[in-house]
Write a protein of this length. Sequence first.
Length: 306
Amino acid sequence: MIIRVLGSAAGGGFPQWNCNCLNCDSVRKSEPGFTPRTQSSIAVSSDGVSWILFNASPDILTQLKQAGGRLQPGRNVRDSGIVAVVLMDAQIDHTTGLFMLRESSRPLEIYATSQVREDLSTGNPIFKVLDFYCSVNWHEISTEKAEVLVVPKVNGLEMELIPLKSEAPPYSPNRGNSQTGDNVGVFLKDVKSNKSVFYAPGLCEIESHLVSPMKKADVLLVDGTFWTDSEMIDNGLSKKMAREMGHKPQSGPDGMIEALSEFADARKILIHINNSNPILNENSKERLELNKLNIEVAYDGLEILL
Ligand SMILES: [Zn+2]
Ligand SMILES: [Zn+2]
């Protein structure tokens, strides 16, 4: 399987349009050690022709351009390698790109939980708007039972969507009353190579049902949003703690670094990195700490072959 990181930043991207924090200022000035990043999304394929998109970022058009012909087999005058979209949640930075795919010559095959579908049909009715364009074929992801899904045309790739504890988006009718299915992670296995990846760009807690898939996975591609719990408050950017926003900070007790130490054999890569995070400075002490622990930081265009 080929995993291509289309975008490695959290919502807002890097730099964020209105942000003048030290990181955003530095990357805007092209200072050494800072690399721009688009908003989080990955594409996965077993043959390099048919791809599943995991989340549709507002930056998708830029990401497809940056990928050159990677996701563009060009078999017809209108064509794309993207055969399906899996939504991990209904957040703006993971779904707005669906609008950019509206020219599709066939309905968009979208895999999402019923909670995500509801949010995208009510609070932010993207599905309803798309019905005026290419329309949507919704495939329900059940979080009631463990289910192995195979996307047609993507042979030899099995996926299991796993519910994660989190919060529904601000516009969701379920905001403040979060439901199972508001947020999922995915365990993806290539049946031929028997290699697997666990992907969770929003991960607040390693709940007990996650330990087994995470232990099995050869690669952990997980939430790298914040370095500290109070990062947004300390930088005067927001009044919310990382955990309140559904993200486990990397440092400190019960942080992501500590949690990842339980999975000694896996390749560990952080993704969905917020522009406030000091690890975006390649020369920071925080980044050097990750280097020492063999924890990688995803970048746009990174490809993982499994
Ligand atoms: Zn996000
Ligand atoms: Zn910033």
